[in-house]
Design a protein around this ligand. Structure first.
Ligand code: GUN
Length: 291
């Protein structure tokens, strides 16, 4: 069984990005600059954004964090987005999700200029992805593709099963895995809450991607021996043995799955750190495209 180490792969990619930033600065170009808008104080969102900002420092990017209160009005948030769109020193920016219920997420995501949309959530970038055209790819599915590539996992002709059809992970993952590329060329099945005979389908997966947000949803009996298991879940569950009273766990029952899988990503230390590496890569791409 191979443990797919997203943390060390992410650090390796960050080293590569750092070298490219040094090349840029030696040429007299400015450091890439990423901004993040966070609304409210959801602890998980704060932690994610904190990791993103810290990663910027590690690779020599500039970063700006814009913190808005939970009660911010939609117009105010839209005007912050507009200011970042028009700020020449910012190469790319993200609006951390989820947003409070009184704000229309889609309206906000559509307000981000596609050239600065390093999350790849704008319909222009989503459309480019679906057509196989260049653009910003959403960081989580891009990170999974990078893991498959760097671990030299054969994907051509394989059956990939994705559980969860979100716009951020499941849907773009389907597109990337089915492309005529390497990695790619998978036969893809996208499962969701209405899927019948789920276990029968997952048991035929050579590559199984769990992105549903339910702790330990995927169990040993759902896995074909030797399969590649990619766990996108980041769930906080109670754990009295921890000082914080909780711990992170994935959508896969890791212990059971590890007994049958050929390779598997852990949580934490799997897909999560790769998402950050891909956000940095998109930001460098945004800066290079403006230069
Ligand atoms: N919330 C969960 N994942 C993401 C992500 O990749 N980007 C943003 N902006 N918000 C998220």
């Amino acid at each position: 069984m191979t443990l797919i180490d997203g943390k060390s792969t992410s650090l390796q990619i960050q080293d590569e990005i750092k070298s490219l930033v040094e090349v840029r600065t030696k040429r007299g170009q400015k450091k890439p600059h990423l901004a993040a808008i966070i609304v409210g104080d959801n602890p998980a969102s704060r932690a994610y954004v904190g990791h993103k900002i810290k990663a910027c420092e590690r690779v020599g990017f500039e970063s700006t964090l814009i913190e808005l209160s939970e009660s911010v009005r939609e117009e105010q948030l839209l005007s912050e987005v507009e200011a970042l769109n028009n700020n020449d020193s910012i190469d790319g920016f993200i609006v951390q999700l989820p947003l409070p219920d009184h704000i229309d997420d889609q309206k906000v995501l559509e307000a981000v200029r596609p050239e600065k949309d390093v999350d790849g959530f704008h319909p222009v970038n989503a459309g480019n992805l679906s057509l196989g055209l260049p653009g910003f790819q959403p960081a989580t599915p891009a990170g999974i593709m990078e893991l498959l590539k760097r671990y030299k996992i054969e994907t051509s002709g394989k059956h990939a099963v994705i559980i969860g059809r979100s716009a951020i992970v499941g849907t773009p993952m389907t597109l990337l895995l089915s492309r005529n590329a390497n990695p790619g060329n998978c036969t893809v099945t996208l499962c969701h809450s209405r899927t019948q005979n789920l276990e029968e389908i997952t048991r035929s997966a050579d590559i199984l991607i769990a992105a549903i947000g339910k702790p330990h949803f995927v169990t040993k009996s759902m896995i074909k021996p030797g399969a590649v298991i990619i766990d996108v879940g980041i769930n906080r569950i109670p754990d009295a043995s921890r000082k914080s009273g909780n711990r992170l766990t994935g959508d896969v029952d890791f212990e059971g799955a590890a007994e049958v899988a050929g390779s598997i990503t852990p949580v934490p230390g799997g897909v999560g750190p790769m998402t950050i590496a891909m956000l940095l890569r998109n930001t460098l791409q945004a800066a290079d495209q403006r230069a």
